[in-house]
Design a protein around this ligand. Sequence first.
Ligand code: ZN
Ligand code: ZN
Length: 234
Amino acid sequence: MHLTAYVACAFPFNEEHLKQLEEEVEEKAKGWPEKVKHELHTGHELIRTKRKAYLKIGKGNAFEVIFISSDRDQSTFDEFYSEMPWLALPFGDGRKQLLSRKFKIQGIPAAVAIGPSGRTITKEARMHVTAYGADAFPFTEEHLKQLEEEIEEKAKGWPEKVKHELHTEHELIRTKRSVYGCDGCGETGYRWSFYCKHCDFDLHPKCSLKEDEDAGTEKGKEGRICDGDVCRRA
Ligand SMILES: [Zn+2]
Ligand SMILES: [Zn+2]
């Protein structure tokens, strides 16, 4: 994966603007192919998918995402941005350096959440979205603390060990980790994992346990999880 961009989240934007923006995006999306093959991911076709956290937060909240690219040239920027449903600074815009300095951005992608008064809420918005999805909004310390408490509470109900078909050699132990890559879905995980330390094998709790956290998620016959927009290997 090449990391060429960082993203800033900002609000407020008014309802009308958001509605207009959504319409524009929907209109634009009609012109996109349903599937593309891409050299960055040759294994599978990429499916045109709405980025759920963004749209979920956008509904009823004055919230907007602004993409600030670190791409090297206009065509790379165009290619990446064409897949994004949110706003962007134009390629080569001088405000990028200013923002990079202001937020002391060290690695990309990064996401900064900015509150209604212009105050920085967190520079770790990316991590929080990965951990909590749209529930991370509005990214305040108080809200995140509450989310963490809820997860801790939930974790008490999980089994201490599980056997899983993706890792039949050993049992997976409920383990508190920092950051890991899930060997099931390939996405990043934070904190709790079902983990095999012999093999350094991690599974998200949601990937280890049969319970489906997203409404409408169904585990298909051939070990695939389909959330309605996209199917992936379970
Ligand atoms: Zn997973
Ligand atoms: Zn193992």
